[in-house]
Design a protein around this ligand. Structure first.
Ligand SMILES: Nc1ncnc2c1ncn2[C@@H]1O[C@H](COP(=O)(O)OP(=O)(O)O)[C@@H](O)[C@H]1O
Ligand SMILES: [Mg+2]
Length: 251
């Protein structure tokens, strides 16, 4: 299957095209008495062109859902479709290739490789896709420059502030022009002001037609950067709506 040439289709011909569709997704960890039902029937749609924030209390299943959507974990039941492609049908190497080509990740705690410079870290997805090193690093340099890190490219992660490391993580998530970008708690290690700055940068760089961006957070200060908010509790989506309606519901 040639996964790279498939166009994004709008199911109803309208402006909203579903990038991610989750139907009754379930996922448990452990067995018997020790079983944890992390996802108990998730239904969610994320549209191309939007930034959706996934919010909810610690332990409600946000990271698990992000991992299932991104194909890092397999669902036990239910289905996940990315750009009309059922994830359950992809296996092994095919799935890994699909992930590498179509999805960009920013993990909690950045996950930068300590022995690589900012430039090299940002270039990793292109190197994995087989780009020549020089070309990959030139593209990484462009992106880091746009993210305000022109003078930090040859620094190692430990020589960077939290906000700078998060920007490198964003560069790595975006460099291969993925159609889906997932970010797990990107501001959790940052102070409020820095958190707002990095999400503003993410919004500006990542949100564009044809691409869906999912940000997991419980940082209410960054909610206003979202197009929509989906609230999770006890392993399922309990509510979705605009930032305004969701915040009003919280009072
Ligand atoms: N690898 C795992 N093994 C066992 N339990 C897990 C694992 N990952 C997550 N869990 C459990 O699943 C539930 C949901 O976790 P998680 O998705 O990390 O929540 P959140 O990201 O919203 O804090 C929690 O009860 C957590 O302890
Ligand atoms: Mg989490």
């Amino acid at each position: 299957m040639n996964s790279s040439s498939q166009p994004v289709q709008s199911p109803d011909g309208g402006a909203l095209s579903a990038a991610v569709v989750c139907r009754n997704v379930e996922k448990s960890f452990g067995q018997g008495n020790a079983v944890t039902r992390a996802l108990t029937g998730v239904n969610l749609e994320v549209y191309a062109g939007e930034m959706l924030m996934l919010v909810g209390p610690s332990g409600c299943g946000k990271t698990t859902l992000l991992s299932v959507i991104a194909g890092i974990l397999d669902a036990d039941n239910g289905s996940v479709e990315l750009f009309n492609r059922p994830m359950g049908l992809l296996r092994g190497a095919e799935k890994t290739r699909f992930r590498g080509r179509f999805i960009g990740f920013s993990f909690q705690q950045f996950n930068l490789l300590p022995q690589l410079t900012a430039l090299e870290n940002a270039g990793i997805p292109l190197l994995i896709l087989g780009w020549p090193r020089k070309k990959a690093l030139a593209r990484a340099a462009e992106l880091l420059e746009q993210l305000g890190l022109a003078d930090r490219m040859s620094n190692f992660p430990k020589q960077l502030s939290g906000g700078q490391q998060q920007r490198v993580a964003f560069a790595r998530a975006l460099i291969h022009e993925p159609k889906l970008v997932v970010c797990d708690e990107p501001t959790s290690a940052l102070d409020g002001r820095t958190g707002e700055q990095v999400i503003a940068a993410l919004r500006q760089m990542a949100v564009k037609p044809g691409r869906a961006v999912i940000v997991v957070t419980h940082d209410t200060r960054i909610f206003h950067f979202a197009d929509r908010i989906a609230r999770m509790d006890d392993g399922r989506i309990v509510d979705t709506g605009s930032v305004k309606t969701m915040l009003a519901g919280e009072q």
